[in-house]
Ligand binder design. Structure first.
Ligand code: GLN
Length: 236
C-alpha cells in the first residue's frame, strides 16, 4: 500500500546495479529519516519493472560493465527515471550508476554509449583501473565535509558546465585524479562505494535535507565512528 506522506526511497535495479554493498545506502537513508520521525517507504524496482514516477530519492549502485549496459538500455527505454529527475526528484547514483545517468559513458571496449542525460557529465575509459580507498573534500556549499569510500572503476568522468564537481580528491582517482563525483540540482553521482552513505552520514543527511528541509542532529553513533575510522585508514 502506498503511504502518500512517506519519504519514498526507490532502489533501482538491485538485480543489475549493486556491487560492494551499495544497498546499504538504502538502509541508512531509511534509518536516518526514521530516527527523525520521517516515515519512509522503500520501493525495489527490478530491471523487468517500470520505474515509478512518484519517488523522492532514487538510488542506483555500481555494476560490472555488461550489467551496466543492460541497465542503461532498460532505463533509457523505460524513461521513468529521466521523467522523475526532470520533475525535481533526488537521484543518488554510484559508479556504474553515476556513469549511466550522464550524457554518455564508455563500454568495455571504449565505445561511447548514450546515458540518461540527467546530469551534465561524460565518462570514458581510463588507462588503468582506479582501485582502492579514496578521500575527498566535498564542495563547501553542500556542508558535508570530508568523505571517504572505496573505488574500483575503469571509467573517467568529465564534468560539463551545468554540473559541478562533488568534491576535490585528497587521495585516490575519482573522476580524473583531481575531483570526485558531480551534482546538478538534486542529482548527485559519485564513484564511492563502501557503501557511501553509511560511511558518510553527512552525505546521507544532505539528501534528506534536499527532500525535507533541515533535519535534527542525531547523537553520534557507529556511523560517525565508522567515518572517522575509515578516514584515518584512508589517510595512512
Ligand atoms: N563498469 C564501470 C567501470 O569500470 C563501473 C564499475 C563499478 O560500478 N564499480 O568504470
Amino acid at each position: 500500500m502506498t503511504n502518500t506522506s512517506a519519504l519514498r526511497i526507490v532502489w533501482i535495479y538491485p538485480d543489475l546495479l549493486s556491487t560492494y554493498g551499495d544497498q546499504g545506502n538504502v538502509l541508512i537513508l531509511k534509518r536516518r529519516a526514521e530516527l527523525r520521525g520521517i516515515p519512509t517507504e522503500v520501493v525495489q524496482v527490478y530491471s523487468s519493472d517500470p520505474v515509478p514516477a512518484q519517488g523522492d530519492i532514487y538510488l542506483l549502485g555500481g555494476g560490472e560493465d555488461r550489467p551496466q549496459i543492460l541497465a542503461a538500455d532498460r532505463l533509457r527505454a523505460d524513461g521513468g527515471l529521466a521523467r522523475a529527475a526532470a520533475g525535481g526528484a533526488c537521484v543518488f547514483a554510484v559508479c556504474a550508476g553515476y556513469q549511466i545517468i550522464g550524457e554518455s559513458y564508455g563500454d568495455d571496449e571504449s565505445n561511447p554509449l548514450p546515458g540518461l542525460g540527467i546530469i551534465d557529465i561524460r565518462s570514458g575509459r581510463g588507462q588503468g583501473r582506479a582501485v582502492g580507498e579514496i578521500v575527498a573534500d566535498v564542495d563547501p556549499a553542500l556542508g558535508v565535509g570530508r568523505i571517504t569510500g572505496f573505488e574500483n572503476h575503469q571509467g573517467r568522468t568529465a564534468i560539463g558546465p551545468s554540473a559541478k564537481p562533488l568534491s576535490t580528491t585528497v587521495r585516490g582517482i575519482g573522476n580524473d585524479d583531481r575531483t570526485e563525483g558531480a551534482y546538478q540540482g538534486q542529482v548527485l553521482g559519485t564513484y564511492l562505494h563502501g557503501p557511501a552513505l553509511p560511511r558518510n552520514p553527512e552525505l546521507a543527511d544532505l539528501l534528506l535535507r534536499w527532500r525535507v528541509g533541515p533535519v535534527a542532529p542525531l547523537a553520534p553513533s557507529w556511523g560517525e565512528r565508522l567515518h572517522d575510522e575509515r578516514l584515518a585508514a584512508g589517510l595512512r
